[in-house]
Design a binder for this molecule. Sequence first.
Ligand code: HEM
Length: 323
Amino acid sequence: MTSLKLFLGFFLQFIFLLSVVNAQGLTVGFYSQTCPQAEAIVKNVTAQVMSVAPSLGAPLMRMHFHDCFVRGCDGSVLLNSSTNQAEKDAAPNLSLRGFQVIDRVKSALENACPGVVSCADILALVARDVVVALDGPSWEVETGRRDGSVSNITEALTNLLPPGSNITQLISGFQQKGLSVKDLVVLSGGHTVGTSHCSAFTNRLYNFTGNGDTDPSLDPNYIARLKIKCPQGDQNTLVEMDPGSFRTFDEDYFTLVNKRRGLFQSDAALLNNNETRAYVISQLSNSSSTFFTDFGVSMVNMGRVGVLTGTAGEIRKVCALVN
Ligand code: HEM
């Protein structure tokens, strides 16, 4: 009888472990034994930063996306160039900001638990904590990622989708990362916060097909307003992507896209596929919007892309440098 109980105990424990550790080897609360205060430290440092520099929230969330799409979520976006040029130096990453925040979080974690928490996990945790600070949803972040040692400018250029992407390119870019059409439309909703340089969409205002024309998929009234913000040739001015609430994480993005006011061709493209268009429309009423819950689910999906776990990779001491 005792041995049967013992066997049942082990069996149940085994089933429990199987259910919390996912196929990629990530788990919620990975540091609960090795650094129990890890998530609280990340949250505190992020909250301090957000209280004085809320504009860093959007680029910090974007940083996790840019990490995951190049070599998986392995912290490769954080590495400095050395003998070769790193991802950081690729054009789409030149507008990332907030690397010093990641360094601050890392120092606090190294003080508390040296050599335990990976830079890749810091990016995933900070992405959640900034969304919460911007009044968006919260979700449970899976952790257990380890850091890679390779970062290559060319890989960033080929894996980060340009703002001029059409729906076929977007769907296939996400599919290559194991992400669904739903993940694409939901995660595009990340554009509810932050700003963009004029350079990312100026072709839609002045020279769409090379004949000095405008993009017919962009609301003409909106084009007029954008032209005032971005005179021809201006590459550097920053424009709010969700005007009026660019520092609040809300459902407005889908209303904008539906009104043909998505800033990039990649935003407008979400109206060109049955599934993505249906999702945009389903989010228009605030009362029935599922965006907040969906965003957490899709961020977890994105956080699983190409991760290094177990004994692969390393735990960097400094996020910008391989050990
Ligand atoms: C679907 C393909 C996507 C494309 C083509 C795209 C493209 C861009 C571009 C061109 C910018 C403007 C950068 C600048 O000029 O400063 C931008 C900004 C931003 N993107 Fe995306 N993006 C995509 C998906 C995502 C995803 C999945 C997320 C996060 C879940 C995200 C989050 C952001 C945020 C928060 C900003 C504002 C950054 C800031 O304020 O500095 N984007 N994106």
